[in-house]
Design a protein around this ligand. Structure first.
Ligand SMILES: Nc1nc2c(ncn2[C@@H]2O[C@H](COP(=O)(O)OP(=O)(O)OP(=O)(O)O)[C@@H](O)[C@H]2O)c(=O)[nH]1
Ligand SMILES: [Mg+2]
Length: 455
């Protein structure tokens, strides 16, 4: 439903000798980017860095960037967001830059978009639209698609335009049927109203689907909880290396790419630590500054997976120029999602890019970012520090378990095995009929063990 062309292959070319077939892509559209820096804004992102990130997003959406500008503002102007002088400057650049569209780094109101399009005589998009477009391309599962579609329609609804004024005029004059939309239109009803009604109906349908997904996930989570297996969720800024880390810990299978939002749908894999403890590791959608509200709301089902985890791994690319801003964005987003209570382990990734930097310097970098000193430094790509990370995960999960001493009859050897996999066994004393086991165990398994003891 996006108005950005999909990556369509066309124009198969065959050489005279018939040796090679090759496909070419349609020419990419050219965009001019516009950023802003609001004085007194609490956002830690400098406008240039935010614009650089927008350029990456735009590239991911298969659009070329031909120029950019930004303006410092006390507050956004209601007419165009930026000042009218700046708008005319951008209009004057069209001749030389030949841009096809103008993309704003800030979310525009429907009215601002309309005013800008009229004055600039070109299509105007904002960061939100671009992010929604990327999400739509990358969603693979039914659940992911439904969530993105819902977000897109919610974004679209207030932005539906009156593109059918000619029909409207006819209808207003005589009423009744007009044009080729008979059946869809009631007397005097405008196409805009019909569109609005259709979109609202679709939103209601999608919300129903999401409710079902939510219910299904709840059932799944409940079933999982009863097995006592602990869940570790990887969170972090987009492109921090979350999927690479999942692959490093669980064996490759998830697509890791140098693209923003390569991952959308949560992937969960079982990991067994060197000690033999099993846990589930979930990789999910990355965070980004100015994440559209529609997306956060629509991705509730996905984000609930994070809220339900026993431990959060906060992965960050310590080598990124904006590691500071990215960290703040991630922590702020977790707060907005109400996820503050879950224990968190900070993972500094990509340390292979810090050749020649010693451990004390890495600690200094972490401290400067306000990160906890008990971080683990890794290179998910090179596999460095992964064993140490596994040990730290074991320790942190163990801390949340309950200490227990129980007598298990021999016929329940399966429970001893389960205890070893899900918890920690510190001692086993055998007698004629069974074994006295001591250790720590997830709370969810207590009833199971106690039941076996008393039976
Ligand atoms: N040098 C280096 N590159 C890494 C490391 N880990 C990940 N990368 C690269 O960083 C890029 C992003 O990695 P991903 O694992 O896709 O990142 P992600 O956090 O899952 O990103 P999204 O799913 O897009 O949010 C890829 O090009 C990886 O190869 C690392 O330890 N060192
Ligand atoms: Mg990923």
């Amino acid at each position: 439903m996006s108005d950005i062309p999909q990556e369509v292959l066309y124009g198969t070319v065959q050489t005279a000798r018939g040796t090679k077939l090759h496909a070419t892509k349609p020419p990419r559209e050219k965009a001019f980017l516009v950023g802003s820096e609001l004085t007194g804004d609490r956002s830690p992102w400098p406008a240039e860095d935010s614009l650089a990130e927008l350029a990456l997003l735009v590239d991911t959406a298969d659009i070329d960037v031909v120029g950019q500008t930004f303006q410092r503002l006390k507050h956004p102007f209601s007419q165009y967001f930026i000042g009218p002088g700046k708008v005319h400057e951008i209009a004057a650049l069209k001749e030389t830059l030949q841009y096809d569209l103008v993309i704003f780094d800030d979310e525009l109101t429907p009215g601002q978009t309309r005013n800008l399009e009229e004055t600039l005589k070109t299509r105007v998009l904002d960061r939100t639209t671009i992010i929604l477009d990327i999400f739509a391309r990358h969603a693979r599962t039914r659940e992911g698609r439904i969530q993105v579609e819902l977000a897109q329609y919610k974004h679209l609804l207030p932005r539906l335009r009156r593109q059918w004024t000619h029909l409207e005029r006819q209808a207003g004059g005589g009423g009744g049927s007009a044009g080729g939309v008979v059946g869809l239109r009631g007397p005097g009803e405008t196409q805009l109203e019909v569109d609005r009604r259709l979109v609202s109906k679709r939103i209601a349908q999608l919300e129903e689907h999401i409710k079902d997904i939510h219910a299904q996930r709840e059932v799944y989570r409940e079933r999982r909880r009863r097995t006592g297996i602990q869940v570790v969720a990887i969170v972090g800024y987009t492109n921090a290396g979350k999927s690479t880390l999942l692959n490093a810990m669980a064996g490759p299978s998830v697509r890791a790419e140098d693209r923003l939002f390569a991952t959308l749908d949560p992937t969960t894999r079982q990991v067994t630590t060197p000690r033999g403890t099993q846990f589930l590791l979930t990789d999910t959608v990355g965070f980004i500054q100015k994440l559209p509200t529609e997306l956060v709301v629509s991705f509730r089902a996905t984000l609930e997976e994070i809220a339900d985890a026993d431990l959060i791994l906060h992965v960050l690319d310590i080598t990124h120029k904006n590691a500071d801003q990215q960290t703040q964005t991630v922590l702020e987003t977790l707060k907005q999602l109400g996820i503050e209570q879950t224990p968190m382990l900070t993972v500094l990734n990509k340390i292979d890019k810090l050749q020649g930097v010693d451990q004390a310097e890495v600690s200094g970098m972490a401290e400067a970012l306000g990160l906890p000193s008990d971080f683990v430094a890794v290179s998910a790509q090179q596999g460095w520090g992964i064993d140490q990370l596994a040990r730290r995960i074991e320790q942190m999960l163990e801390r949340q378990m309950t200490t227990l001493r129980a007598y298990l009859p021999y016929r329940r050897a399966d429970l001893l095995q389960l205890w070893r996999q899900r918890g920690v066994v510190t001692s086993e004393e055998y007698d004629g009929d069974g074994v006295v086991v001591e250790g720590r165990i997830p709370e969810e398994l207590l009833p199971l063990i106690r039941g076996a003891t008393s039976s």
